[in-house]
Structure formats: structure tokens, C-alpha cells
Design a protein around this ligand. Structure first.
Ligand code: F6R
Length: 369
């Protein structure tokens, strides 16, 4: 049933281009317009939304963090993303114009379920993004957008994460489309780019051998740090989470701009630091800043593992290891940048003799608070 792969995780990583395609299927028409009529919230109701609140846990929370950038950029509706486990305990401000988006692969995560129940009690509308048909979270929500990743067996989430991202982009773009923002042209362009993105994911998968080699060479390290900015920050957090849960290593993700506010003190000789570099196009300010960060940490002894787009030559002198990803529109970059981090964690865990499908102390769905 692992289809010739050594683990379900490897199989599920390899299935990502198809999972992405399946999640887009039937939702974009040939003119590049989104059709999400299955989401049973009327256009009128969507036009009245004045705040979006995303609740989720773990990897799904990272997808939600990325969604915040997309939603605010394309719709100009204020959006916050919160850990589902924290949400209801601070008496959040919700009303019928708040759209709460609950993201969950399993649809059974108790923290997320309790957050959505609280939101509905306060009169907010809840849209679930979920991978499991008929599970509790979509059943208790006002509306659902299913991800079509297929069953995810490995405890560590991979293909579900990519499809959660796709679903989040669809929600953001749909809100933009329904409400008609000044980004109308950009929205149409991005819908087209999104419909072609699975090819880029495929290309990343074809070039992973150097990542595997690098992972094996780091098997005896104690710590790996991850840096990113903008949507690359949640990607860094996701890379660190994968490494913790699979390789049982100390791993932390930071927003690169925070380095100087503390974490740079962690940099010492030989410490591997994975840096997710934003697209040089369009976001040149951030790009320049992260290139300086790479220089700074390297000058202090870090072994830099740089994930950068093809054609980005500026990073080359400062990369001890360079991992190339296809050039991708800024907000969509997480769909390609996360994949090497999944492969990296999986290979490192295997090199350390760990069971990647069933990491210690973890369960696939967490049905207690
Ligand atoms: C990490 C992982 C967990 C889940 C989290 C939420 O690889 O799998 O962090 O993402 O427990 O689970 P769902 O999405 O089922 O609500």
C-alpha cells in the first residue's frame, strides 16, 4: 500500500503535485474565474465580511499564517490567524460579520473544534477547510471547502499542508473576486499561476537528491535553525516543526528580521541555518534584507543552507548549500519552498534511525484538548 515507497511519508510527499491539482479541479473555469458555489455562504454574506479569523493547530496553523498574507493582500479585509488552542480562552471579538476559517486535515482536532464552536456561539460564520469528508469539523461548520489530498497516513502532515495552502489561496482569491478589489487583474493572473503550480512542485521533487545528501550529512547535529520573511516565515516554522517531530532534533524557525533582537546569539561555528529566500522579483526590499541576514550569520560561523529561486544569483556567494526552487509569485512561493524542507526532515529522521510514519509520542489526530 506504500506503492513501492519506503514510507507513507515519502509516498505522500511524492503525491503532492496530484493533490494540488485535485484540490483545484473543477474550481477554476477556462476564463480564469473561480467557482466555489459548494461553499454555502452567499456572495451577499461574503461581501459583508469585515474580519477574517483563522484558527488551526500545528501544520494547519502554518497554512493559516500564510493565508493571512494572501487574504489581506488580495481582499484588504483585516485577517488574524490564531492557534485554535488559545482562541476561546481570551474572549475573542466576534460577530455575524466575522468569517472564521477553521483549517484541519482530520476534521477531528479537538482544539480546532472547540474554537469553531465558540465562534458560532458568538454568531460568527465558520468555513472549514478540511481533508476528511463528513468529519466533525465540517459537520459543525456553516460551510466547507474540502481539500482533495486523499488519505494522509503518515503522522507528519505533508500533502495535506500543500492542499490547505491551495484552499486558503482559493478562499482569498474568491473573496477578492466576489468583493471586487483594485487587485482584480492581479487576482486573475494569480488564479492562472495557481492552476499551473503543480508543475513547479513536480520539478522540485525531481531535484531533491542533493537535499537528501545534505540531510544525511547533518544527522549528528543537535540543532538546526530556520529563517524566513513574509510568507517564508511560516515556511521556516513548518520546516522546524517537521524536523522536531520526525528527527527529534532541536529546531526553531525565526522571522529573519528578528535575528538581531535575540536569536543571532544562537549562531556559532557550524550551526546549520536553513534560509528561505523570498522571490527577488517584486519584493526586492525583503530580498536584499535577507541576503544581508545570510551574510551576517555566515560571518558568525553558520553553515548556510539557502533555498532560493532559480536565477537568484545574489545569494550564491553566501550559500554553503544552495537548494533551487522554480521562480514563483511571492504569495504562492510556500507551495514550492516547503517541499525541500519536508524531504530534508524525512531523510534526516531516517538517517537517525527514526520511524518516520509513526514518530514517538504523536498521534495522527488529536481528539483531546
Ligand atoms: C504536523 C502535524 C500536526 C497537525 C495538527 C493539526 O506534521 O501533523 O501539527 O497539523 O495536529 O491537525 P489537523 O489538521 O488534523 O487538525
Amino acid at each position: 500500500e506504500k506503492g513501492g515507497y519506503a514510507s507513507f511519508m515519502l509516498k505522500e510527499i511524492a503525491e503532492q503535485p496530484k493533490a494540488v491539482t485535485d484540490t483545484l479541479l473543477g474550481r477554476i473555469d477556462p476564463e480564469g474565474t473561480l467557482h466555489l458555489d459548494e461553499v454555502r455562504i452567499t456572495r451577499g454574506e461574503l461581501r459583508e465580511v469585515d474580519k477574517v479569523v483563522i484558527v488551526a493547530c500545528g501544520t494547519a496553523y502554518h497554512a493559516g499564517m500564510i493565508a493571512k498574507y494572501a487574504i489581506e493582500h488580495w481582499t484588504r479585509i483585516p485577517c488574524e490567524t490564531e492557534l485554535a488552542s488559545e482562541f476561546r480562552y481570551r474572549d475573542p471579538i466576534l460577530d455575524p460579520h466575522t468569517l472564521v476559517v477553521a483549517i484541519s486535515q482530520s476534521g477531528e482536532t479537538m482544539d480546532t473544534l472547540m474554537a469553531l464552536r465558540h465562534a458560532r456561539e458568538q454568531g460568527a460564520k465558520v468555513l472549514a477547510i478540511c481533508n476528511t469528508n463528513g468529519s466533525t469539523i465540517p459537520r459543525e461548520s456553516d460551510a466547507v471547502l474540502y481539500t482533495h489530498a486523499g488519505p494522509e497516513v503518515a503522522v507528519a502532515s505533508t500533502k495535506a499542508f500543500l492542499t490547505q495552502l491551495v484552499a486558503c489561496y482559493l478562499v482569498a482569491l474568491y473573496l477578492g473576486q466576489v468583493r471586487g478589489t483594485k487587485w482584480g487583474d492581479e487576482i486573475r493572473t494569480v488564479i492562472r499561476q495557481l492552476s499551473e503550480i503543480s508543475g513547479s512542485v513536480e520539478r522540485v521533487l525531481e531535484t531533491m537528491e542533493p537535499v537528501r545528501e545534505l540531510a544525511r550529512s547533518l544527522a549528528s547535529h543537535d540543532t538546526v535553525l530556520f529563517l524566513g520573511r513574509h510568507v517564508g516565515f511560516p515556511v521556516a516554522l513548518e520546516g522546524a516543526l517537521k524536523l522536531k517531530e520526525l528527527a527529534y532534533m532541536h529546531a526553531e524557525g525565526f522571522a529573519a528580521g528578528e535575528l538581531k533582537h535575540g536569536p543571532i546569539a544562537l549562531i556559532e561555528d557550524g550551526v546549520p541555518v536553513v534560509v528561505v529566500v523570498p522571490s527577488p522579483a517584486g519584493r526586492s526590499v525583503l530580498h536584499g534584507k535577507i541576503v544581508s541576514n545570510i551574510q551576517e550569520i555566515r560571518a558568525r560561523g553558520a553553515r548556510t543552507v539557502v533555498i532560493a529561486e532559480e536565477g537568484d544569483e545574489e545569494v550564491v556567494p553566501y550559500a554553503d548549500h544552495l537548494i533551487r526552487i522554480p521562480a514563483t509569485p511571492t504569495l504562492l512561493q510556500p507551495l514550492v519552498a516547503t517541499v525541500p524542507l519536508q524531504v530534508f526532515a524525512c531523510e534526516l529522521a531516517t538517517a537517525r534511525g527514526n520511524e518516520v510514519d509513526q514518530p514517538r509520542n504523536l498521534a495522527k489526530s488529536v481528539t483531546v484538548e
